[in-house]
Design a protein around this ligand. Structure first.
Ligand code: ADP
Ligand code: MG
Length: 246
């Protein structure tokens, strides 16, 4: 087991797990694709936050990850940046697949508001690139969400309930999924989405552990989240940031 601690002003970053990848200190140093780097800069990001420094390195190293950090610490870009870089580097399946969609990245969030924020950030970072982010959420008719999907979907941002409904109706084939991301995992479990998440990750087309990577983001790390990690992850890296007093 390796452990790395570092001080970022008053924020302490702790990273534990087997063979911990060295965190990045700047977006430039992470070796990101020029277009992605440009889009990050255009979004007003100058340097990565602590959770981003560690998470970007871990995901670029294709390791499973749990990251716990308070609201506002920049968890969205902590996974979008490395995942998009990997897709841009390795290439994506391409445009439309007709009725059945094969996303490479699946991001699940507890609420429609959060899903919208994630999708917006994904659109900013993927501007002018081949990557397409598509959002689906409950509480509205499905028709326009389905037609958005038909234009192709590399990154799917979804609320848990709606994604489970679409899966039941055979809208997705998950055989191309490289990253399965649970944002606000603690909140999703609190809201009772545990069974939906299990159905999604256990979908017959979902690649096995080690082939698809799982990344969980959470403000807290309760037993339920730890149990989820133990079930669906392999040799994961645990990243936590906290504010130290004084
Ligand atoms: P969290 O998911 O941890 O609550 P968000 O990803 O929603 O945090 O980020 C909070 C805010 O900070 C957003 O407005 C986001 O655009 C901004 N932000 C995130 N990372 C950076 C960064 N490296 N530089 C500048 N702003 C950032
Ligand atoms: Mg967030």
């Amino acid at each position: 087991c390796g452990e790395r601690f570092s001080n970022f002003d008053k924020v302490v970053l702790q990273v534990t797990g087997k063979d911990v990848p060295q965190y990045i200190t700047s977006f430039e140093e992470a070796g990101l694709r020029p277009l992605l780097l440009q889009n990050i800069k255009n979004s007003g990001y100058v340097k990565p936050t602590p959770v981003q420094k560690a998470s970007i390195a871990v995901i670029l190293a294709k390791r499973d990850l749990i990251a716990c950090a308070v609201t506002g610490s920049g968890k969205t870009a902590a996974y979008l940046v490395p995942v998009m870089n990997i897709l841009l580097e390795q290439g994506v399946a391409g445009a439309s697949h007709g009725m059945i969609q094969r996303p490479e990245v699946v991001i699940v969030a507890p609420t429609r508001e959060l899903a919208i924020q994630i999708h917006r950030e994904a659109c900013k970072f993927s501007y002018n690139s081949v990557l397409k982010s598509v959002i689906i959420y409950g509480g509205t008719v499905t028709s326009h969400q389905r037609s958005n999907l038909q234009a192709g979907c590399n990154i799917l941002v979804a609320t848990a309930g709606r994604l489970k409904d679409f899966l039941d109706r055979g809208v997705f084939d998950f055989s191309g999924v490289r990253f399965f991301i649970l944002d606000e995992a603690d909140r999703m479990l609190d809201m009772g989405f545990g069974p939906d998440i299990e159905k999604i990750v256990n979908h017959p087309t979902m690649p096995p552990k080690g082939i698809r990577r799982v990344c969980m983001f959470s403000a807290t790390f309760p037993d339920e989240v730890q149990a989820l990690a133990a079930t669906y992850m392999e040799d994961y890296i645990f990243v936590t940031t906290g504010i130290v007093g004084g």
